[in-house]
Design a protein around this ligand. Structure first.
Ligand code: SF4
Ligand code: SF4
Length: 330
């Protein structure tokens, strides 16, 4: 029997998840000794036809990072699903939509208008926009369709496991590889990171009072945050209470609040909505489950970019999922 076959693929992402694999350092040599990498577009010259040539299920594990935004990405993740025994959503964008998911505040038309027309540095007098087919001297060139909506990987294909984080830290990646190679994976659907919230592991948790009382929401650049004190106590929104731990408190240790890249803990259905209710409680609103529309509005009005703050990573996976476009045209 040959070595297990691993595939790596990227969709709508920044490339940080690819860097995270490289960040394994010497451990990467152990991985490549133990498995055959059969697809890794960023590093190795395999083609789509190489994937198509595999029998269904012949690839042991595909690690897919990035959200799904284009027709090509949709086709590739469907192909990898068909050819793989296990599919891992790798990193925040595949897991919960990530930063690309914030584009769900717009649609294809408004994004193209901005990127190819109204950005001050763009000079496009002939209104040339990308098209799926273009005739060049009798030859047809094609581009994949750009969809209106960014989707998480599990909104497109069945996903077996999730490795969270922007980007996932090396120890969680190695734990996942080891669990695969030793046949010790948990139940299907598991997020391969601790169940505790970030507040439970945060070094500033001791300074977090039982009952937080915020008078004013402040942005991190408006103050010099006290590096010993809980951000929420300082009036700075930190998504630690609703975010899964396992990142090593990377942002907190850099004196930045958590933006929620690890996604919600198991008990939290909607990361942004739950954080809003946490903030409501900090404002002294006793029954956070019965927060009124006026109370929500009063809090949200203090935040310059509420979607960007409460749903920075999770908009595509949230109950909101995307903005209704009629509202943009108003
Ligand atoms: S809210 Fe943020 S700073 Fe405060 S304890 Fe939780 S993770 Fe730490
Ligand atoms: S502190 Fe929050 S945003 Fe920063 S890496 Fe950890 S989970 Fe992600």
């Amino acid at each position: 029997m040959g070595k297990p076959k691993f595939a790596f693929y990227w969709c709508a992402s920044c490339g940080g998840c690819e860097e995270a694999i490289i960040d394994l350092g010497e451990d990467l040599l152990k991985v490549t000794a133990a498995v055959d990498i059969v697809l890794w577009p960023v590093a190795l010259d395999f083609k789509r036809k190489d994937v198509e040539a595999f029998e269904d299920g012949e690839i042991d594990v595909s690690f897919i990072n990035g959200a799904v935004r284009t027709e090509e990405q949709e086709e590739m993740v469907n192909l990898l699903r068909q050819k793989s025994q296990l599919v891992f959503a790798f990193g925040s964008c595949a897991h919960i939509g990530g930063i690309p998911g914030l584009a769900n505040l717009w649609n294809k038309e408004s994004i193209f208008e901005r990127v190819y027309k109204t950005v001050p540095t763009v000079n496009n007098p002939d209104n040339v926009y990308p098209k799926t087919t273009t005739d060049i001297n009798g030859n047809e060139l094609t581009l994949p369709e750009f969809y209106d909506t960014v989707r998480t990987l599990d909104q497109v294909i069945d996903v077996d496991y999730y490795i969270p984080g922007c980007a996932p830290p090396p120890d969680l990646i190695m734990n996942a590889f080891t669990a695969i190679l030793e046949g010790k994976l948990p139940a299907k659907g598991s997020v391969l990171a601790p169940e505790k919230s970030l507040c439970d592991t945060c070094p500033r948790a001791k300074s977090k009072p039982e009952k937080l009382a915020i008078k004013e929401i402040r942005r991190v650049h408006q103050v010099a945050p006290d590096p010993e004190k809980c951000f929420l106590e300082q009036g700075i929104i930190c998504l630690g209470p609703v975010t899964r731990s396992g990142c090593g408190e990377r942002c907190i240790n850099a004196n930045m609040p958590c933006r929620g890249c690890f996604g919600p803990t198991r008990e939290v259905a909607d990361q942004g909505a739950k954080m809003l209710s946490v903030i409501a409680a900090c404002f002294g609103i006793e029954n956070e489950d019965k927060i009124s529309d006026e109370e929500v509005k009063a809090i949200v009005n203090q935040v310059d970019d509420p979607v960007g703050v409460f749903y920075m990573y999770s908009l595509a996976a949230s109950v909101l999922r995307r903005r209704q476009m009629e509202q943009i045209k108003e």
